[in-house]
Design a protein around this ligand. Structure first.
Ligand SMILES: [Zn+2]
Length: 62
């Protein structure tokens, strides 16, 4: 296995190991830290990005 192996299971596939993903929020393209790997570029098996996003977008102080 090489560091360039595209099938490296340790690489975050959402951002392809870059730690950044493109967000189209507001109709504009932005680069944001990948929520799946927290910008590390490494896949985190227990990391639930969808739950994180849901928590981030949930109303506060309800
Ligand atoms: Zn990532």
């Amino acid at each position: 296995m090489t560091p360039e192996d595209p099938l490296d299971p340790g690489e975050c596939r959402a951002c392809r190991g870059t730690g950044k993903v493109a967000s189209m929020l507001g109709g504009e393209r932005h680069e944001v830290d990948c929520p799946w790997c927290d910008g590390t570029g490494r896949f985190v098996p227990e990391h639930d990005a969808q739950a994180r996003w849901a928590a981030d977008s949930a109303p506060q102080g309800e």
